[in-house]
Design a protein around this ligand. Structure first.
Ligand SMILES: Cc1cc2nc3c(=O)[nH]c(=O)nc-3n(C[C@H](O)[C@H](O)[C@H](O)COP(=O)(O)O)c2cc1C
Length: 203
């Protein structure tokens, strides 16, 4: 089977892409709006963009009704955000925060989650999350000419908070993290079934 995504409807192209790029890490992004209301939503089109300077990026689509998602609007306004890591115990809460709440409703409150003051940005850290990354907006790249435009948000990592018990010998103890990833459709995965393979060369 050979599929050209440009021949598909936006919905079908989306379903195809999320079924071939996987597993995807989930950026659980907290922001604050101009009135001080906290916003939280998950985005699995998420990756490392650069190491020096340390930058990450994630892609935000457009709502079905053509409206801008609050996360994008808040980041364009404040130029700041926090990416929180999602553990399995937080999966249900993460799913609640993906619902399209009006912008004056805080998904954190709806999901019973706890905002904590960040060191360098106004967006809050999520207390329940084992890792939080404070980011400053570097660039927003816009793609597409239609109502379904995607915006790729690139942020510089200012400060990374790692729960103390997860950090030893200068490393995050990945095997202790119960992070989940996103697959196609409504499926998720765990990373408990890991294997090691050493690189053949050092770079
Ligand atoms: C696991 C998961 C991953 C998601 N990934 C994305 C994504 O990469 N891009 C996107 O635009 N929406 C994604 N969504 C949907 C957004 O979370 C959803 O549109 C949310 O309502 C946006 O909230 P906001 O308006 O507060 O920004 C995802 C939802 C879930 C549950």
């Amino acid at each position: 089977m050979k599929i050209n995504p440009s021949n598909l409807s936006p919905t079908d192209a989306h379903h195809l892409l999320v079924s071939v790029v996987l597993p995807r890490p989930i950026a659980w992004v907290s922001t604050v709006d101009r009135h001080g209301i906290f916003n939280l939503a998950p985005f699995s089109a998420f990756c490392i963009v650069s190491v020096e300077p340390a930058m990450v990026g994630f892609s935000v689509g457009t709502r079905r009704d053509g409206q801008k998602k609050d996360t994008l609007g808040n980041i364009e306004t404040t130029k700041e955000f926090v990416i929180n890591v999602v553990e399995e115990s937080l999966a249900k809460a993460m799913n609640i925060t993906s619902a399209p709440y009006p912008s004056d409703v805080s998904e954190m409150e709806e999901a019973g989650l706890t905002p904590v003051k960040a060191d360098l940005v106004k967006a809050p850290l999520l207390a329940e999350s084992p890792i939080n990354m404070e980011c400053r907006l570097k660039q927003v790249l816009k793609f597409g000419e239609t109502a379904t435009t995607d915006s790729f948000i690139i942020g510089e990592l200012l400060l990374i908070h790692v729960r103390d018990e997860l950090y030893a010998n200068g490393e995050v103890q990945v095997s202790k993290l119960k992070v989940i990833g996103r697959l196609g459709g409504n499926m998720y995965c765990r990373i408990q079934d890991m294997f090691e393979m050493k690189r053949l060369t050092t770079e």
